[in-house]
Design a protein around this ligand. Structure first.
Ligand SMILES: [Zn+2]
Ligand SMILES: [Zn+2]
Length: 385
């Protein structure tokens, strides 16, 4: 893995695609992190848990913690997604190559958690959704409120996660020294989802006046991918058909539905080889998150979907990192999340496609490197915000 401008190359992608090679790849990644952390103000530690090692890198921590005013924490790879892992490596590589550590804001520290679920990384199987889950079968991104807010009980999904995973406890213990201070704490969490692409592919074919909308991302995609002037002016654009509670329909007649499908298809053709993305915030992190989203969108126009609104309020009530920021009584806690295209939803299917189709492999490599660009740019905009 060479340094200055880090990219995922063919060799890394091949190893990602082959579970047998994951151990080797992780050794390389850890070596890379070690080589990037050899300076005085970049410190690497491994948090040992019973089924793996969680790397954590602290940048720019003052010797005297009372000097500190803001801490930016970036997390990645809670699930089978590696945009955060490789994006954080790319950020660190660039920081060192450009000699720009001195330019970091004073009194601010940066903490990188590039690999929160090392077990999933090393053990992608069909029965754990290609490494999506922890060894216990739990979804790590549902336990954060219970980890940080004593006796938190609100949602059954979270109650099921007893005991609290070692992964989130290790994270909590590490950042406790910051959490306990009256400072600004920003946590940006990197994820991937297959929904944008799956829904768009279907809608490009099947959208009509009677299309069933069962997920908020479907409506989001129509509204944000189709040009504003092409959207029929109907308020509301989506309605609940009588006696149905599980989905919505367009509030459109057949002709308007046909026109919308044509417009959507056009938008899809323009955007499909680029990267879908979506930032999520809470009421508390809204300004921070929206400003990052806007700057990243402007700076990476060439590789990102051209959408009308890149940041949205978090809707579900569950124990993810974003909800932690919303539910905690700790002041000045700003949490947000970035979702981009999922690369390894089904690792085994991806391996098959990549092995039999060179064009697909090359496209995937490009797509993965675009996910790294957006992560890197997000970190840069966050710490300079
Ligand atoms: Zn995720
Ligand atoms: Zn969430």
């Amino acid at each position: 893995m060479n340094s200055s401008n880090f990219r995922v190359d063919e060799n890394i992608l091949n190893k990602l695609l082959n579970p047998e090679d994951r151990k080797d790849l992780l050794d390389d990644i850890f070596k890379k992190l070690e080589s990037l952390s050899s300076s005085e103000i970049i410190e690497l530690k491994f948090l040992e848990i019973s089924n793996g090692r969680i790397p954590v890198i602290t940048i720019n921590k003052p010797n005297d913690l009372s000097q500190i005013k803001r801490v930016f924490v970036f997390t990645g790879a809670q699930h089978n997604e590696y945009n955060g892992l490789f994006g954080q490596i790319a950020f660190l590589s660039e920081l060192i190559a450009n000699n720009s550590i001195d330019l970091l804001p004073e009194n601010s520290a940066i903490v990188l958690f590039p690999l929160m679920n090392p077990y999933g990384f090393l053990n992608p199987r069909r029965d754990n959704k290609s490494g999506y889950y922890l060894k216990s079968g739990a979804n790590l991104n549902r336990c954060w409120r219970r980890t940080f807010i004593p006796n938190f009980v609100e949602n059954n999904e979270e109650v099921d996660l007893k005991p609290i995973p070692e992964n989130s406890m290790a994270f909590k213990n590490f950042i406790q020294k910051y959490w306990d201070r009256e400072i600004e704490l920003y946590i940006v969490d990197f994820h991937e989802t297959s929904l944008f692409r799956r829904f768009s592919e279907d809608m490009a074919k099947n959208l009509n006046a009677f299309y069933k909308f069962e997920h908020p991302y479907q409506m989001w995609t129509v509204q944000y991918l189709t040009k504003y002037e092409d959207l029929p002016k109907r308020e509301p654009l989506f309605v609940k058909p009588s006696q149905c509670i599980d989905h919505l329909h367009f509030n459109l007649n057949i002709n308007q539905g046909e026109k919308l499908r044509e417009d959507f298809k056009k938008a899809w053709e323009i955007n499909k080889d680029k990267l879908p993305f979506y930032y999520v915030f809470t009421r508390k992190s809204k300004d921070f998150c929206k400003s990052i989203a806007k700057k990243v969108q402007d700076n990476l126009k060439d590789i990102l979907w051209d959408i009308r609104k890149p940041a949205h309020q978090h809707v579900a009530n569950h124990g993810c990192i974003v909800c932690l920021g919303y539910s905690t009584s700790r002041p000045k806690t700003y949490t947000c999340e970035l979702e981009v295209d999922k690369q390894f939803f089904n690792l085994f299917e991806e391996a098959e496609k990549c092995n039999s189709d060179r064009v697909y492999f090359t496209k995937k490599l490009k797509n993965i490197n675009n996910t790294i660009e957006i992560v890197k740019e997000t970190i840069k905009q966050a710490i300079s915000s």
